[in-house]
Design a protein around this ligand. Structure first.
Ligand code: NAP
Length: 219
């Protein structure tokens, strides 16, 4: 598929990871639709992308976003308790994809330690510590919200999806990523948000992880 003939929807483009997703998508010359609650945050890109104003919790808005798209990329989230949004947002995104004519694939950002990646974490003292100590400090409910979202995606068998579970994020330059299944060893603690964006954009054209939940570590 030619990138110029591929339309992607980005959810979370105003966020710390999503800004790299958007920049990377622009570099690769995709047609880009973006959901933003505050479009002014994306003013410098407004001539290059289509911005749909609104919240991911609004079904009509998200239907408008995903219609005509080939792939939906989401780095949705919030750390402002108690406005957990990932489960609700994913529920709406899945409904919008199901009712669309274009039936886009869905690349969703989650976190290492959730779902069956817990098995992988338990085999590593570092990741055992992160899950047991760091998760509750950040807020267990944030992770519970993300885990419920993962379940919704796994249940939506009619949608081609990738659940990408990221290690702990930082803003350092990309250094390459490593994709691991849950039966493989966990990797380094930190990964660059730029590497996350690289994986998400690589997955627009590489369908080898469709139907899977994978962990992403720095190489
Ligand atoms: N921190 C870590 O180490 C780590 C590790 C793995 C996974 N994660 C998860 O990865 C995700 C992305 O992380 P991040 O640091 O990039 O998050 P972030 O900077 O907080 O970005 C979240 C994005 O979601 C958008 N958003 C929130 N509520 C929305 C709504 N109702 N409608 C539409 N958009 C909405 C925000 O838009 P606004 O600009 O409108 O607020 C923002 O663009 C989060 O779910 C996070 O929990 C984090």
């Amino acid at each position: 598929m030619d990138n110029q003939n591929t339309t992607i929807a980005i959810i979370g483009a105003t966020g710390a990871t999503g800004k790299f997703v958007l920049q990377n998508a622009l570099q690769r010359n995709f047609n880009i639709k973006v959901l933003a609650r505050t479009p002014q945050k994306l003013d410098k890109y407004k001539d290059k992308i289509e911005i749909i104003k609104g919240s991911v919790s609004d079904l009509d808005t998200v239907k408008n976003l995903v219609e005509g798209c080939d792939v939906v990329l989401s780095s949705l989230g919030t750390n402002k308790k108690p406005n957990y949004i990932v489960e609700k947002g994913v529920e709406v995104i899945l409904k919008a994809i199901q009712s669309s004519n274009s039936k886009p694939r869905f690349i969703h950002m989650s976190a290492v330690g959730l779902g069956d990646s817990l098995i992988q974490c338990r085999k590593s003292w570092l990741w055992t510590f992160i899950v047991k100590v760091t998760f509750p400090l950040i807020g267990s409910e944030i992770f519970a919200d993300m885990e419920r979202a993962e379940k919704l995606i796994s249940q939506a068998k009619d949608i081609k999806s990738v659940i990408m579970r990221a290690a702990i994020l930082n803003n350092k330059p990309a250094r390459g990523y490593m994709v691991r299944n849950s039966n493989e060893p966990a990797g380094k603690m930190f990964i660059s948000r730029e590497d996350i964006a690289n994986f998400m954009l690589d997955s627009v054209t590489d369908t080898s992880f469709d139907g899977k939940a994978v962990s992403l570590f720095s190489s």
